[in-house]
Ligand binder design. Structure first.
Ligand SMILES: C[S@@+](CC[C@H](N)C(=O)[O-])C[C@H]1O[C@@H](n2cnc3c(N)ncnc32)[C@H](O)[C@@H]1O
Length: 282
């Protein structure tokens, strides 16, 4: 198990996302709640609008990546704090009855969408280390009347769930923020059942980009500086025991940095592994 982090960078990540959670809740409360006033709406936030506004997640990130049907089904504050770089629920092909775990669940957008997909016989867990995000996510679940969800406090490097208890792990723009990515990969392999799968969106760097070049293109808390390269991502997943690893770019988020879809499986119980899928890197 990973030790408790003491790094300033971890504290910086937590503070950054605590502020985003507070802002997202304010966008919802002040702009769409009973306290709305014509003059004061959102003026002291960086939100992009009033009702329907959201925390400014940056170009290539956030709510705009979701289709309108998904957006309409969400509470305002969940939509307002969408800070991901993809739509992992589209990647993971969820089925009724499955147990899903969202690493770094933020305001809960992907947990709520997953809960609807897995239905009353399934369950969706959200894991996050930022208390303000957990509070917001629980409020959003209550507002959406979704009750097959649990939001857990913890770190993705030390997942507080038993071995082999999860069918699918999703995550949206979080693994790049970790300071111990090998631990995250090992923990994902541990909690997944045999034959379990990953459906992740994350920021990934072109293979030729050195770590200092990644850092020059954006901050760590902004999901750029900590990005793995395509080759590093595949190697860490393989080292943790994953099979059929795919890391496929979807859109650019900075020069030579991409939002990407990450898919992989744990070996099935009968040991009948699949051959690695075709992978692509820019
Ligand atoms: C970029 S936001 C993404 C939130 C959400 N997945 C989404 O799509 O809106 C990153 C989230 O991951 C959480 N986080 C970052 N590092 C973490 C870690 N090591 N363990 C647990 N949560 C973490 C932050 O608190 C924040 O809520």
């Amino acid at each position: 198990m990973a030790s408790e982090p003491t790094s300033d960078l971890v504290a910086e990540v937590r503070d950054h996302y605590a502020r985003a959670a507070t802002l997202g809740a304010r966008v919802a409360d002040r702009c769409c709640g009973e306290t709305t006033t014509a003059s004061g709406c959102c003026e002291d936030t960086t939100a992009s609008g009033c009702c329907g506004g959201s925390v400014d997640a940056g170009e290539g990130f956030g709510l705009g990546l979701y289709d309108l049907t998904a957006r309409d089904a969400l509470p305002q504050a969940a939509a307002a704090t969408s800070l991901g770089c993809g739509v992992p629920t589209e990647v993971a092909d969820l089925h009724p009855g499955e147990v899903v775990l969202d690493l770094g669940s933020g305001g809960g957008i992907d947990v709520l969408l997953s809960a609807r997909r897995v239905g009353p016989t399934g369950w969706a867990y959200g894991l996050d280390m930022t208390l303000e995000m957990l509070e917001l996510a629980r409020r959003n679940a209550a507002e959406a009347s979704v009750d097959n969800v649990t939001f857990i406090e913890g770190r993705i490097e030390d997942i507080p769930l038993e071995d082999a208890t999860v069918d699918v792990i999703i995550s949206n723009c979080v693994i790049n923020l970790s300071l111990d990515k090998p631990a995250v990969m090992r923990e994902m392999a541990r909690v997944l059942r045999p034959g379990g799968r990953l459906g992740i969106s994350d920021v990934v760097a072109a293979d030729h980009l050195a770590p200092e070049q990644r850092a020059a293109r954006g901050s760590h808390v902004g999901c750029i500086a900590g990005a793995l390269s395509f080759t590093e991502y595949r190697a860490l997943l393989a080292a943790a025991g994953f099979e059929a690893v795919e890391v496929v770019p979807t859109h650019a988020v900075a020069e030579d940095l991409f939002a990407a879809i990450v898919r992989a499986r744990t070996p099935s119980r009968d040991g009948g592994g699949q051959s690695p899928a075709e992978t692509s890197s820019p």
